[in-house]
Design a protein around this ligand. Sequence first.
Ligand code: 3EB
Length: 370
Amino acid sequence: MTTTRISPRHAGALSASALKLDYFSFEKIAAQPPSWWQNVLGIVGFEKLPALDGAQVPVTASMTPSLGANDNICEVWRIGNPETQLSNGAAATASGVRYRFCDELLFGSITIEERDSLDGRTAGDAGALLRATEKAYQEIFAVLAETEHTHLIRVWNYLPEINREADGDERYHHFNSARRMAFHNSGRATVGTVPAACALGSPAGSPISIYFLATRQRPRMIENPRQVSAYHYPQQYGVHSPIFSRACVLSESAGTNLFVSGTASIVGHETIHPGDVAAQTRETVANIDALLNEANRVVGGSRYSLDALKFKVYVRRPADFAAIDSALTSTLRPRAPIVYLQADVCRGDLLVEIEATGESAGPHNLGYAE
Ligand code: 3EB
């Protein structure tokens, strides 16, 4: 498939393409007119690939089951400005990265079956996971180079059985080694300017599923003053540190421009409140709040607040859903948008992880209508 070239950097482009995130049902998506699809960058289903046959945009799934009343909900990334020109349909590379982009922003996704990367090894050993992860990232970096969306700003990583041991170490730790190798080998930073991210476990038998946003504009990375940067974690959490920033902002962009990584009950580098899911939830919100303060300090002003965020909550044990929900509803604004999913969190003692995306209340928010 050929890639449509968007003329680079036309005047005013930087603040024109307001990114929007919505959680819509399959039915709502199916009822949209063709003109709506012209502005869709990508769609993410949760427990399974949404049945959107013929959709000319990347459609993927995290493979993490929904909890609560979130059945049939999809995450929809689109551009709010109807005048923004997007690439044709969903380009797909030979390797399977599907992507769509406008001048400033690119959405992409890739799913890889570990057994396709076995290369003579036995299923379930670490080699297939290492190879599949490294290959996925190589393919992602190749797309970014090709379309000149050099800055990877946010990555969602889902791998089956994240906490299971394979070849003497946890699969999450093997994943961290492979991710680090891929960043290093492509000449990318492994500390500092690294994307916001999350890494969650999906059920056994799922493919590795990764999706991402990238930009032409350089983002600003935000670290949490209450936490050690993940890329500086001590080796007790794995030989190779995870590579992610706690959050990032696109301070020159309109619309959704704050991306809070998966956030958990970690202070310094240690898990706190082990076994107490309500306390872990409150500590996680305190961490997100600290990140918002830090983002406001970095961009200057009070552009970001808990009240303008949309949340995705990963629950390890479905039985904890009610406790987490009540801790959140007593902390967040009434009717805050929250999607709950079941997923294993990458440290065995973490019971909950929360990610968020937000709009800026600042002068750059052009506020295009629905
Ligand atoms: C933590 O703070 C919890 O490996 O990409 C959060 C966000 C976590 C991203 C990743 C891991 C990742 O360390 C886990």
